[in-house]
Design a protein around this ligand. Structure first.
Ligand code: AMP
Ligand code: MG
Length: 324
Protein backbone atom coordinates (compact mmCIF):
# COMPACT_ATOMS: atom_id res chain seq x y z
CA UNK A 1 0.00 0.00 0.00
CA UNK A 2 1.26 3.46 -0.82
CA UNK A 3 1.40 5.83 2.13
CA UNK A 4 1.90 9.54 1.66
CA UNK A 5 4.99 10.77 3.50
CA UNK A 6 3.87 13.17 6.21
CA UNK A 7 5.85 16.19 5.11
CA UNK A 8 4.44 16.06 1.58
CA UNK A 9 0.81 16.05 2.62
CA UNK A 10 -0.58 19.49 1.97
CA UNK A 11 -4.11 18.70 3.06
CA UNK A 12 -4.92 16.05 5.61
CA UNK A 13 -6.86 13.26 4.02
CA UNK A 14 -10.37 12.75 5.27
CA UNK A 15 -12.02 9.43 4.47
CA UNK A 16 -15.45 8.18 5.43
CA UNK A 17 -15.08 5.63 8.20
CA UNK A 18 -15.51 2.21 6.60
CA UNK A 19 -13.58 -1.06 6.33
CA UNK A 20 -11.30 0.30 3.61
CA UNK A 21 -10.35 3.48 5.44
CA UNK A 22 -9.90 1.55 8.68
CA UNK A 23 -7.38 -0.72 6.93
CA UNK A 24 -5.43 2.35 5.80
CA UNK A 25 -5.67 3.87 9.28
CA UNK A 26 -4.29 0.70 10.84
CA UNK A 27 -1.25 0.86 8.54
CA UNK A 28 -0.61 4.44 9.70
CA UNK A 29 -0.91 3.45 13.37
CA UNK A 30 1.49 0.53 12.93
CA UNK A 31 3.97 2.93 11.29
CA UNK A 32 3.76 5.23 14.33
CA UNK A 33 1.69 7.91 12.58
CA UNK A 34 -1.37 9.66 14.00
CA UNK A 35 -4.98 9.09 12.96
CA UNK A 36 -7.94 11.18 14.10
CA UNK A 37 -11.08 9.16 14.70
CA UNK A 38 -14.60 9.81 15.96
CA UNK A 39 -15.85 8.56 19.30
CA UNK A 40 -19.26 9.27 20.84
CA UNK A 41 -17.67 12.02 22.97
CA UNK A 42 -15.36 14.01 20.69
CA UNK A 43 -12.86 13.30 17.89
CA UNK A 44 -9.69 11.72 19.24
CA UNK A 45 -6.10 12.20 18.08
CA UNK A 46 -4.97 8.59 18.12
CA UNK A 47 -1.52 7.08 18.23
CA UNK A 48 -0.12 3.68 19.24
CA UNK A 49 -0.02 3.83 23.06
CA UNK A 50 2.80 1.28 23.12
CA UNK A 51 5.02 3.45 20.89
CA UNK A 52 6.69 6.29 22.81
CA UNK A 53 7.55 8.27 19.67
CA UNK A 54 3.93 8.11 18.47
CA UNK A 55 2.75 9.33 21.88
CA UNK A 56 5.33 12.15 21.74
CA UNK A 57 3.94 13.08 18.30
CA UNK A 58 0.49 13.47 19.89
CA UNK A 59 1.80 16.04 22.39
CA UNK A 60 3.70 17.78 19.60
CA UNK A 61 0.64 17.95 17.31
CA UNK A 62 -1.52 19.35 20.10
CA UNK A 63 1.17 21.84 21.10
CA UNK A 64 0.59 20.91 24.73
CA UNK A 65 2.93 22.85 27.02
CA UNK A 66 3.02 19.93 29.45
CA UNK A 67 2.78 16.18 29.55
CA UNK A 68 -0.45 15.16 31.19
CA UNK A 69 -1.50 11.53 31.14
CA UNK A 70 -3.60 10.46 28.15
CA UNK A 71 -6.60 8.18 27.96
CA UNK A 72 -5.81 4.78 26.47
CA UNK A 73 -8.63 3.45 24.27
CA UNK A 74 -9.48 -0.24 23.97
CA UNK A 75 -12.03 -2.22 21.93
CA UNK A 76 -12.99 -4.73 24.66
CA UNK A 77 -12.52 -5.88 28.23
CA UNK A 78 -9.80 -8.38 27.35
CA UNK A 79 -7.64 -5.55 26.03
CA UNK A 80 -8.45 -3.43 29.09
CA UNK A 81 -7.37 -6.16 31.52
CA UNK A 82 -4.05 -6.51 29.71
CA UNK A 83 -3.24 -2.90 30.60
CA UNK A 84 -4.60 -2.32 34.08
CA UNK A 85 -5.70 -4.10 37.25
CA UNK A 86 -9.48 -4.30 37.52
CA UNK A 87 -10.77 -5.18 40.97
CA UNK A 88 -14.31 -6.47 41.41
CA UNK A 89 -16.04 -3.09 41.83
CA UNK A 90 -14.16 -1.67 38.81
CA UNK A 91 -15.08 -4.71 36.70
CA UNK A 92 -18.70 -4.08 37.63
CA UNK A 93 -18.50 -0.43 36.66
CA UNK A 94 -16.93 -1.37 33.36
CA UNK A 95 -19.57 -3.96 32.60
CA UNK A 96 -22.30 -1.45 33.34
CA UNK A 97 -20.89 1.71 31.70
CA UNK A 98 -18.72 0.36 28.89
CA UNK A 99 -18.79 0.92 26.08
CA UNK A 100 -19.50 4.53 26.92
CA UNK A 101 -18.27 7.95 28.08
CA UNK A 102 -16.56 6.76 31.27
CA UNK A 103 -12.78 6.70 31.74
CA UNK A 104 -11.48 4.50 34.55
CA UNK A 105 -8.12 5.20 36.19
CA UNK A 106 -6.66 1.93 37.49
CA UNK A 107 -3.26 0.61 38.56
CA UNK A 108 -1.10 0.07 35.53
CA UNK A 109 0.15 -3.46 34.98
CA UNK A 110 3.92 -3.86 34.94
CA UNK A 111 3.65 -5.77 31.65
CA UNK A 112 1.09 -3.44 30.05
CA UNK A 113 3.48 -2.37 27.30
CA UNK A 114 2.01 1.15 27.47
CA UNK A 115 4.58 3.90 26.88
CA UNK A 116 5.55 5.68 30.11
CA UNK A 117 4.88 8.96 28.33
CA UNK A 118 1.22 7.99 27.75
CA UNK A 119 0.64 7.77 31.50
CA UNK A 120 3.14 10.54 32.27
CA UNK A 121 5.28 8.25 34.40
CA UNK A 122 2.42 7.50 36.82
CA UNK A 123 1.73 4.10 38.36
CA UNK A 124 -1.84 4.37 37.10
CA UNK A 125 -3.40 4.41 33.66
CA UNK A 126 -6.66 5.86 32.33
CA UNK A 127 -8.65 3.46 30.14
CA UNK A 128 -11.84 3.83 28.11
CA UNK A 129 -13.89 1.67 25.78
CA UNK A 130 -15.72 4.04 23.43
CA UNK A 131 -19.31 3.33 22.38
CA UNK A 132 -18.90 4.41 18.77
CA UNK A 133 -18.97 1.22 16.70
CA UNK A 134 -16.60 2.54 14.04
CA UNK A 135 -14.11 3.56 16.72
CA UNK A 136 -14.23 0.09 18.26
CA UNK A 137 -13.78 -1.63 14.90
CA UNK A 138 -10.73 0.57 14.31
CA UNK A 139 -9.34 -0.27 17.78
CA UNK A 140 -9.94 -3.98 17.28
CA UNK A 141 -8.29 -3.96 13.84
CA UNK A 142 -5.33 -1.92 15.11
CA UNK A 143 -4.94 -4.67 17.70
CA UNK A 144 -3.13 -2.36 20.08
CA UNK A 145 -4.33 0.27 22.54
CA UNK A 146 -4.51 3.83 21.21
CA UNK A 147 -3.66 6.89 23.26
CA UNK A 148 -6.10 9.57 22.18
CA UNK A 149 -6.72 12.99 23.65
CA UNK A 150 -9.21 15.30 21.94
CA UNK A 151 -8.05 16.17 18.41
CA UNK A 152 -7.63 19.91 18.90
CA UNK A 153 -4.70 22.23 19.51
CA UNK A 154 -4.00 22.80 23.18
CA UNK A 155 -6.32 25.43 24.66
CA UNK A 156 -8.88 25.18 21.86
CA UNK A 157 -12.27 23.55 22.10
CA UNK A 158 -12.73 19.86 21.39
CA UNK A 159 -13.68 18.91 17.82
CA UNK A 160 -16.97 17.17 17.13
CA UNK A 161 -16.65 16.95 13.33
CA UNK A 162 -13.91 15.75 10.96
CA UNK A 163 -13.69 19.24 9.47
CA UNK A 164 -12.87 20.78 12.88
CA UNK A 165 -9.93 18.39 13.10
CA UNK A 166 -8.77 19.17 9.57
CA UNK A 167 -8.93 22.93 10.22
CA UNK A 168 -6.89 22.71 13.38
CA UNK A 169 -4.42 19.88 13.08
CA UNK A 170 -3.62 20.20 9.39
CA UNK A 171 -0.92 17.81 8.31
CA UNK A 172 -0.02 16.62 11.83
CA UNK A 173 -2.38 13.71 11.23
CA UNK A 174 -1.87 11.13 8.51
CA UNK A 175 -5.60 10.53 8.18
CA UNK A 176 -8.92 11.68 9.58
CA UNK A 177 -11.66 9.05 9.76
CA UNK A 178 -14.96 10.80 9.20
CA UNK A 179 -17.86 9.33 11.13
CA UNK A 180 -20.06 12.42 11.10
CA UNK A 181 -20.85 14.56 14.14
CA UNK A 182 -20.20 13.11 17.61
CA UNK A 183 -23.24 12.03 19.60
CA UNK A 184 -22.35 13.16 23.11
CA UNK A 185 -20.09 16.07 22.15
CA UNK A 186 -18.82 16.19 25.73
CA UNK A 187 -15.68 14.59 27.18
CA UNK A 188 -15.80 11.38 29.18
CA UNK A 189 -16.21 11.32 32.94
CA UNK A 190 -12.85 10.43 34.53
CA UNK A 191 -13.16 8.28 37.66
CA UNK A 192 -10.11 7.26 39.68
CA UNK A 193 -10.59 3.69 40.94
CA UNK A 194 -6.91 3.11 41.77
CA UNK A 195 -7.28 3.79 45.50
CA UNK A 196 -9.59 2.80 48.33
CA UNK A 197 -12.01 5.69 47.69
CA UNK A 198 -13.38 6.31 44.19
CA UNK A 199 -12.59 9.88 43.13
CA UNK A 200 -14.19 11.91 40.35
CA UNK A 201 -11.35 13.62 38.47
CA UNK A 202 -13.42 15.13 35.69
CA UNK A 203 -17.18 15.37 35.22
CA UNK A 204 -18.38 14.33 31.77
CA UNK A 205 -20.69 12.14 29.74
CA UNK A 206 -21.42 9.60 32.51
CA UNK A 207 -23.51 11.02 35.37
CA UNK A 208 -22.06 11.10 38.88
CA UNK A 209 -25.36 9.96 40.43
CA UNK A 210 -25.49 6.87 38.22
CA UNK A 211 -21.91 6.00 39.07
CA UNK A 212 -22.62 6.38 42.80
CA UNK A 213 -25.70 4.23 42.46
CA UNK A 214 -23.73 1.52 40.66
CA UNK A 215 -20.96 1.62 43.27
CA UNK A 216 -23.42 1.81 46.15
CA UNK A 217 -21.42 4.60 47.77
CA UNK A 218 -20.49 8.27 47.56
CA UNK A 219 -17.77 9.33 45.17
CA UNK A 220 -15.29 11.91 46.36
CA UNK A 221 -14.94 14.91 44.08
CA UNK A 222 -11.39 16.04 43.37
CA UNK A 223 -10.70 19.70 43.93
CA UNK A 224 -9.02 22.14 46.27
CA UNK A 225 -9.14 20.75 49.79
CA UNK A 226 -10.07 17.26 48.60
CA UNK A 227 -7.95 14.35 49.77
CA UNK A 228 -6.85 13.65 46.22
CA UNK A 229 -5.84 16.39 43.83
CA UNK A 230 -7.65 16.84 40.54
CA UNK A 231 -5.53 16.44 37.43
CA UNK A 232 -6.35 19.95 36.29
CA UNK A 233 -5.43 21.58 39.59
CA UNK A 234 -2.85 19.93 41.78
CA UNK A 235 -2.06 17.23 39.28
CA UNK A 236 -0.24 14.33 40.80
CA UNK A 237 2.88 13.71 38.84
CA UNK A 238 5.89 11.51 38.70
CA UNK A 239 8.76 12.79 40.83
CA UNK A 240 12.07 10.97 41.28
CA UNK A 241 13.34 10.27 44.78
CA UNK A 242 16.74 11.78 43.96
CA UNK A 243 17.34 15.52 43.66
CA UNK A 244 17.39 16.71 40.07
CA UNK A 245 19.61 19.42 38.63
CA UNK A 246 18.81 21.05 35.29
CA UNK A 247 21.00 22.82 32.72
CA UNK A 248 23.97 20.70 33.73
CA UNK A 249 27.04 20.86 31.49
CA UNK A 250 28.54 17.80 33.17
CA UNK A 251 27.95 15.53 36.15
CA UNK A 252 29.38 16.46 39.55
CA UNK A 253 30.88 13.68 41.70
CA UNK A 254 28.30 10.97 42.39
CA UNK A 255 25.70 12.36 39.99
CA UNK A 256 24.13 10.48 37.11
CA UNK A 257 24.17 12.47 33.89
CA UNK A 258 21.10 12.43 31.67
CA UNK A 259 22.29 13.65 28.30
CA UNK A 260 20.65 15.40 25.37
CA UNK A 261 22.59 15.65 22.11
CA UNK A 262 26.17 14.39 21.72
CA UNK A 263 27.46 13.57 25.21
CA UNK A 264 29.94 10.71 25.54
CA UNK A 265 30.02 11.10 29.35
CA UNK A 266 26.23 10.73 29.78
CA UNK A 267 24.99 7.84 31.93
CA UNK A 268 21.93 7.72 29.68
CA UNK A 269 20.99 9.92 26.76
CA UNK A 270 17.46 11.19 26.02
CA UNK A 271 18.47 11.57 22.37
CA UNK A 272 22.01 11.61 21.04
CA UNK A 273 20.83 13.20 17.80
CA UNK A 274 18.89 15.88 19.71
CA UNK A 275 15.52 14.59 18.49
CA UNK A 276 12.75 15.98 20.72
CA UNK A 277 10.29 13.17 20.02
CA UNK A 278 12.85 10.55 20.96
CA UNK A 279 13.72 12.57 24.08
CA UNK A 280 10.08 12.87 25.12
CA UNK A 281 9.51 9.15 24.55
CA UNK A 282 12.53 8.31 26.75
CA UNK A 283 12.00 10.89 29.49
CA UNK A 284 10.02 9.04 32.19
CA UNK A 285 11.61 5.63 31.65
CA UNK A 286 15.15 7.09 31.85
CA UNK A 287 14.40 9.16 34.97
CA UNK A 288 13.10 6.00 36.59
CA UNK A 289 16.20 4.03 35.61
CA UNK A 290 18.54 6.67 37.02
CA UNK A 291 16.55 7.13 40.22
CA UNK A 292 18.72 4.74 42.28
CA UNK A 293 20.42 5.23 45.63
CA UNK A 294 23.85 4.58 44.08
CA UNK A 295 23.65 8.08 42.59
CA UNK A 296 23.62 11.28 44.65
CA UNK A 297 21.48 13.21 42.17
CA UNK A 298 20.37 13.31 38.54
CA UNK A 299 21.97 16.05 36.44
CA UNK A 300 20.16 16.81 33.19
CA UNK A 301 21.82 18.54 30.26
CA UNK A 302 20.12 21.64 28.78
CA UNK A 303 17.11 21.05 26.54
CA UNK A 304 16.04 23.84 24.18
CA UNK A 305 12.79 25.53 25.21
CA UNK A 306 11.00 24.90 21.93
CA UNK A 307 8.39 22.46 20.62
CA UNK A 308 8.25 19.36 22.83
CA UNK A 309 11.23 20.77 24.75
CA UNK A 310 8.81 23.05 26.64
CA UNK A 311 6.84 20.09 27.99
CA UNK A 312 10.05 18.18 28.78
CA UNK A 313 11.45 21.16 30.70
CA UNK A 314 8.11 21.65 32.49
CA UNK A 315 8.33 18.09 33.84
CA UNK A 316 11.99 18.48 34.76
CA UNK A 317 11.30 21.75 36.58
CA UNK A 318 8.57 20.04 38.64
CA UNK A 319 10.92 17.19 39.41
CA UNK A 320 13.68 19.64 40.38
CA UNK A 321 11.45 21.79 42.61
CA UNK A 322 11.99 21.50 46.37
CA UNK A 323 9.69 18.90 47.94
CA UNK A 324 7.27 19.85 50.63
P1 AMP B 1 -8.03 14.04 27.52
O1 AMP B 1 -7.27 12.84 27.05
O2 AMP B 1 -7.47 15.32 26.98
O3 AMP B 1 -9.50 13.90 27.33
O4 AMP B 1 -7.80 14.16 29.09
C1 AMP B 1 -7.58 13.04 29.89
C2 AMP B 1 -7.94 13.34 31.32
O5 AMP B 1 -7.73 12.19 32.12
C3 AMP B 1 -7.08 14.44 31.91
O6 AMP B 1 -7.86 15.21 32.78
C4 AMP B 1 -6.00 13.64 32.64
O7 AMP B 1 -5.36 14.37 33.63
C5 AMP B 1 -6.82 12.47 33.17
N1 AMP B 1 -5.98 11.29 33.41
C6 AMP B 1 -5.48 10.47 32.48
N2 AMP B 1 -4.71 9.51 33.04
C7 AMP B 1 -4.71 9.72 34.36
C8 AMP B 1 -4.11 9.07 35.49
N3 AMP B 1 -3.34 8.00 35.34
N4 AMP B 1 -4.34 9.60 36.70
C9 AMP B 1 -5.13 10.67 36.86
N5 AMP B 1 -5.73 11.33 35.85
C10 AMP B 1 -5.54 10.87 34.60
MG1 MG C 1 -9.12 18.08 25.37
Amino acid sequence: MWLAPRHNVAMPSILPLDDRSIAIAVEHIRAGRLVAFPTETVYGLGGDATNGAAVAAIFEAKGRPRFNPLIVHVPDMIAARRIGDFDKRTEELASRFWPGPLTLVVKRRADSGISELASAGLETVAIRMPADRGARTFLAEANRPLAAPSANRSGKISPTTAQHVADELGDAVALILDGGACEVGLESTVLDMSGETPVLLRPGGAALEELEEALGRKIEIAGPGAAIASPGMLESHYAPGLPLRMEAARAAAGEALLGFGPAPAATLNLSESGDMREAAANLFAMLRTLDRPDFAAIAVMPIPEQGLGRAINDRLRRAAAPRC
